[in-house]
Write a protein that binds this ligand. Structure first.
Ligand code: SF4
Length: 211
């Protein structure tokens, strides 16, 4: 078991795809599920993820340019910075199993008029994961589907809000994971039955169950 949503995206997407019996699937998740490795794993299994990036840029929080202000140029394998300079790749490291490339150009940063808005260091360095193209493609999809996350909130968060309202301001009554799983399963079953009654009507639902 893992307590983190960040490691769950691909496995949950795979289960959803199998349960629906489809080959390809679009998956919408909130930013808590954002993980480059999970997004890569989704794409490998034919699942197209839509997940917003976490807002964790320290530079942006400090009022400086964030990484999103630097544009990767795949044909030259360089980043174009906000001042228009091209930052070539200088080194590669492996951290937590991820191969990371680093880009910078000290000559451009020296004397750059935008430097106070960019970095307090000698030069600004940009890090790129070897599979970052999947993150770039994800960002493009997100930009082209601005309503996607609103739809997700409307469809996905409503049931959980309703279930929480039914439960009241309380914890689960059961202890230990198998028991809690049963408790939440009963809540979800009750929600689904009430929802079907509301959408179909009691009589048509009974008829459909008997059929
Ligand atoms: S400090 Fe360097 S990376 Fe930042 S805008 Fe200036 S030239 Fe570009």
């Amino acid at each position: 078991m893992t307590g983190s949503d960040r490691e769950q995206l691909a496995s949950m997407a795979g289960k959803a795809r199998d349960a629906m019996g489809v080959e390809a699937l679009d998956v919408l998740a909130d930013r808590g599920y954002f993980s480059g490795e999970e997004i890569l794993a989704c794409e490998a299994m034919g699942v197209t993820p839509y997940v917003p990036k976490p807002l964790t840029s320290g530079a942006k929080a400090a009022g400086r340019f964030g990484k999103q202000d630097f544009v990767y140029q795949p044909d030259q394998d360089v980043y174009r910075c906000p001042a228009g300079a091209l930052l070539p790749r200088h080194m590669t490291t492996v951290e937590k199993g991820m191969t990371l490339h680093r880009y910078w150009d000290r000559a451009s940063c020296t004397g750059c008029a935008l430097k106070p808005k960019c970095t307090p260091a000698v030069e600004r360095r940009i890090t790129r994961w070897e599979h970052e193209a999947v993150i770039d493609a994800l960002q493009t999809r997100m930009d082209l589907a601005p309503r996607a996350m609103r739809i997700r909130r409307r469809l996905v968060e409503h049931p959980f809000g309703t279930i929480k309202a039914w439960m009241g301001q309380t914890h689960f009554l059961m202890k230990r994971l198998p028991n809690v799983k049963t408790e939440i399963s009963l809540h979800i079953l009750a929600y689904n039955i009430k929802r079907m009654m509301a959408v179909l009507g009691t009589q048509p639902l009974m008829k459909a169950i008997r059929a």
